[in-house]
Unconditional design. Structure first.
Length: 150
């Protein structure tokens, strides 16, 4: 004997409809996220950066607190000296940081969401920055061995 049940599930969306769906753009990159990405790309913890930034051992707690604040969304470094000190420790571009902090999103520089590479800070020895997508550089996408020539 066969039983009929009402349809209680939906079929998967056809592949053509999934491909045609518009991509959701990334939200604008914020200075706190940029700083975190730079630190992570360097393979450093907040504590490791604080140790290198603190001028004296007694300033370590203050440096740790400052990094915690600077990596919290909504906070921005106010002093140029802070940015320059971070630049001495991290692959970090203070100009990109300032643009992200003060310019509207349509004027932000293009920055990789994986390693924070930008035109002024390409993160490779050749000094060239290739893009795999609008938001990810070729190195983070795993395309670093491929050539641009087609």
């Amino acid at each position: 004997m066969m039983h009929a049940f009402p349809r209680t599930f939906s079929l998967a969306t056809p592949r053509a409809d999934r491909i045609a769906a518009p991509a959701i753009p990334f939200p604008p990159l914020r200075p706190a996220t940029y700083l975190r990405l730079c630190r992570e790309a360097a393979g450093l913890s907040r504590h490791a950066v604080a140790v290198r930034v603190a001028p004296r051992a007694g300033d370590l707690k203050h440096a740790c607190d400052l990094l915690d604040v600077l990596e919290t969304p909504g906070n921005v470094a106010r002093r140029a000296e802070t940015l320059e000190r971070l630049r001495a420790v991290l692959p970090f571009d203070p100009d990109v940081y300032r643009q992200l902090a003060s310019e509207p999103p349509e004027r932000h520089p293009r920055v990789c969401r994986g390693c924070a590479a930008s035109a002024g800070n390409p993160r490779d020895d050749a000094g060239a920055l290739r893009w795999a997508t609008d938001q990810i550089c070729a190195r983070c996408a795993g395309e670093e061995g491929e050539s641009d020539a087609a």
